[in-house]
Design a protein around this ligand. Structure first.
Ligand SMILES: Cc1ncc(COP(=O)(O)O)c(C=O)c1O
Length: 375
């Protein structure tokens, strides 16, 4: 198989796996226990917190471990809404967010909140001026993703955060896709909250984290004992957290240029062979090193992938074949249906090889040539 779906999930790095193993076997204490075995695992949880904080340029105490990126997003969006309800009931987000942001917002709309979904340009980019235009006296949170999962476009978070700060409004970014792939230092981005998802940066599925700027208190999602400094109840998943810590440390040293080169090799190879039959989606310059989102106008993305059974890539986020509906992201980018239906997202990463990229180009080109275009 040729795995070109790093935006969906990444393989666990062998160093991450090795680091986790002892915490699935001999170190089974509860981090809240005051005896020696409890204290030992508590110490490694705190080491991991420091490793994640270091990747984000944050303080150790500003990191809350969660079970996923989805949970981190829910914690900040619902937590801020509940905590600041007395001050306002308006949230600004974008039309191209992941469902892990869109759906907590929809939930809040059913509970008396108002949400503005700002649009994007044809590259999938939010214009900070559009965010500024939505600010109201009752706005309590701006939540704009750092990098878009379907097309890889990187959003102007720093500019948007400056607008939020000017209005005294909390700023969140969902960095599930970007963390580990591009720099995500919270002070450079100017954010108050930032979500990460372990399985997008070579940690296992089932662990995530939320950065909460020091001194900000938000209502937790999960109430229980006082874990995570009262911000997320539930005994810490020690092995998963250790894995995320090591993954964060590796990400801090990751070679983004090498991944970018693989992505460009793939795009250039496709263009050289079938350049008149393929278009690039997303921002051509400011996009994730991993992401080669392309479309074959007049063709169906799922049919192209079906003709390349050895390639793992995705059309799911871009085109729901049974209903032939453009994804919300491609619709927001105003990608015509004829183009959007032919969309395929290929995404590369640390373990992708040039040989895999070259083989995949050959398979995709053969599929495109063999499948008739609907014109
Ligand atoms: C932008 C973005 N946010 C959030 C998530 C959800 O993260 P998790 O799978 O850890 O719940 C994803 C995963 O696809 C994502 O791409």
């Amino acid at each position: 198989m040729i795995y070109l779906d790093y935006n969906a999930s990444t393989p666990i790095d062998p160093a991450v796996y090795e680091a986790m193993l002892p915490y699935l076997s001999e170190h089974y204490g509860n981090p809240s226990s005051s005896h020696a075995m409890g204290r030992a695992v508590k110490a490694v949880v705190e080491t991991a917190r420091g490793q994640v904080a270091n990747l984000l340029g944050a303080k150790t105490g500003e990191i809350v471990f969660t079970a996923s990126g989805t949970e981190a997003n829910n914690l900040v969006i619902k937590g801020v809404a509940e905590t600041l309800r007395h001050r306002g009931n308006h949230i600004i987000t974008s039309a191209v967010e992941h469902p892990a942001v869109i759906n907590p917002c929809k939930y809040l709309e059913r509970h008396g909140f108002e949400v503005s979904y700002v649009g994007v340009d044809s590259n999938g980019r939010v214009n900070p001026k559009d965010v500024a235009g939505e600010v109201r006296p009752n706005t309590i949170l701006v939540s704009i993703m750092h990098a878009q999962n379907e097309v890889g476009t990187i959003q102007p978070i720093r500019e948007i955060a400056a607008i939020a700060a000017q209005g005294g409004i909390g700023m969140h970014t969902d960095a599930a896709q970007s963390c580990g792939k591009v720099p995500t230092r919270v002070d450079a981005l100017g954010v108050d909250f930032l979500s990460i998802a372990g399985h997008k940066l070579h940690a296992p599925i089932g662990v995530g984290a939320l950065y909460i700027r020091e001194a900000i208190e938000i209502e937790p999602l999960l109430h229980g004992a006082g874990h995570e400094d009262g911000r997320r109840a539930g005994t810490e998943a020690v092995a998963m957290i250790v894995g995320l810590g090591v993954a964060a440390e590796l990400a801090a040293k990751a070679d983004h240029a090498a991944v970018t080169a693989l992505r460009d090799r793939f795009c250039d190879g496709l263009t050289a062979a079938v350049g008149d039959q393929v278009v690039l989606l997303g921002d051509p310059d400011d996009r994730l090193p991993s992401t080669a989102a392309v479309a074959f106008p007049g063709r169906i993305g799922a049919e192209i992938l079906a003709a390349c059974p050895e390639i793992c890539a995705t059309t799911g986020a871009a085109c729901h074949t049974e209903s032939r509906k453009r994804s919300a992201t491609l619709a927001a980018m105003d990608v015509p249906e004829r183009v959007a239906f032919g969309a395929v997202r290929f995404s590369v990463g640390r373990f992708t090889t040039e040989a895999e990229v070259d083989a995949a180009i050959g398979m995709v080109v053969a599929a495109v040539r063999s499948l008739p275009s609907t014109g």
